[in-house]
Design a protein around this ligand. Sequence first.
Ligand SMILES: [Zn+2]
Length: 169
Amino acid sequence: MTSSIQKNLASKNAEYASKFTKGNLALPPAKHYLILTCMDARIDPAAAFGIDLGDAHVIRNAGGSARDALRSIIISQQLLGTKEIVLIKHTGCGMLTFSNDDAHSLVKKNLGPSAAAEIATLDFLPFTNLDNAIKGDVDYLKRSAAVPGDVVISGWAYEVQTGTARQIV
Ligand SMILES: [Zn+2]
């Protein structure tokens, strides 16, 4: 059975592909940077942050977590030559709304004891203050031995209500 999501994808993609002309871009990002941001559905990184196709890596996860993204950051830098990190968290983030205990309880309640046991040591990396979380993640990246010392790192807060990005560090 084809879901409405799949139908939408197929028809919109056919339209996109019929006009597509950028099939010859290089694999490494042309502007040698990566953006790390949240998976939040209200953020359109390409439009909001001025990223053209082929310019940058965009790494997304729940909360725009640097710890969660480290694997992708290392691949971006060591295999594909990016030299700058732009970290962007945002107002109204879901990660501000629960604790690790809440998430573990929810998994146990909804998915049962096997699931709870499987993710028993998982840190969901929630945070309680947006600016502090941005500073903490930038600090984590600056201290990480897996991120070269000459990499430029900045931290930003994006306001989902206004579309404005504010530099924090
Ligand atoms: Zn978020």
